[in-house]
Design a protein around this ligand. Structure first.
Ligand SMILES: [Zn+2]
Length: 263
């Protein structure tokens, strides 16, 4: 069994004089999450907790530095997160989110880490996150930094899904479902409540509707099934994603050279 590492070098623990040397040649990892309803069984912090755990493990694996996780996310939508009618969800709008991410990155650019890895845990963040990074013109803003940004579920292989979850509804609807529940049972079992909810009609991908038939869209904020969730599945998925992170980074240009490692 592989052991998780949670104790890593934190960006905020550095002093100002230490920061440039600590970042020089290093990988800086930024988990970006959210505070969003996740049904009656999971805490509001799921979309933060999962990328934070993955980011910590990556920092440990590459001897990097952990940037403080971003706790607030872009707007929750009815067909991919239940929407804002559930209590507890706190969001920032898309334009503000893009500005916020871009300004954080502009500040980090001055330290020129060799590699910046952004790990996203909230479905609706993804396009906005990529727009924020691309909109900075990274070739100019980060001339010596390789940037890799991804949502954790993008690294789950089709084969893995087919074997473990044959009725998988698509990642847009896998909200508070088997994968998030299992990951939380592995990472933070103490905050997972015993109640389980199944929703028989997951929303279609890429379709927005008004008016929303709230009962058809979710059951208590769960868009799909939670049956079959377990800490064992969560552990397997966590390390499957970590293997995907290693593969993704190995397939990147060598830090600082702008060339592919395989070239
Ligand atoms: Zn989530």
């Amino acid at each position: 069994m592989r052991q998780r590492t949670t104790n890593v070098t934190a960006y905020g623990d550095l002093t100002s004089p230490e920061a440039p040397a600590a970042l020089s040649g290093a990988t800086l990892v930024w988990p970006v999450g959210g505070l969003e309803q996740h049904g009656p069984h999971l805490p509001l912090s799921v979309d933060y907790d999962i990328p934070d755990a993955l980011a910590r493990q990556l920092v440990a694996d590459v001897d990097g530095v952990l940037f403080p996780g971003q706790p607030l996310s872009a707007r929750s939508l009815p067909h991919s997160g239940g929407g804002l009618r559930f209590p507890g969800t706190v969001h920032i709008d898309g334009g503000t989110f893009i500005d916020y991410v871009a300004q954080c990155l502009r500040g980090l650019a001055r330290l020129a880490p060799a590699r910046l890895v952004v790990v996203n845990g909230h479905y609706e963040n993804e396009a906005l996150l990529f727009e924020a990074i691309d909109g900075l013109d990274p070739a100019r803003t980060f001339p010596a930094t390789e940037i890799v940004a991804f949502s954790w579920w993008s690294l789950v292989e089709e084969d893995w899904l087919r074997k473990r979850l044959p009725a998988f509804p698509g990642w847009h609807a896998e909200h508070a479902g088997v994968t998030e529940t299992s990951l939380m049972m592995y990472l933070r079992p103490e905050v997972v409540r015993p109640v389980r909810v199944d929703h028989p009609t997951p929303p279609a991908a890429g379709v927005y509707r008004h008016p929303v038939d709230a009962d058809r869209m979710s059951t208590q904020g769960v868009l799909t099934t939670t049956s079959g969730a377990s800490g064992e599945l969560g552990e397997e998925l966590f390390w499957h994603v970590m293997d995907g992170v290693a593969r993704t980074l190995a397939d990147s240009p060598s830090p600082g050279t702008g060339r592919r490692a395989s070239e």
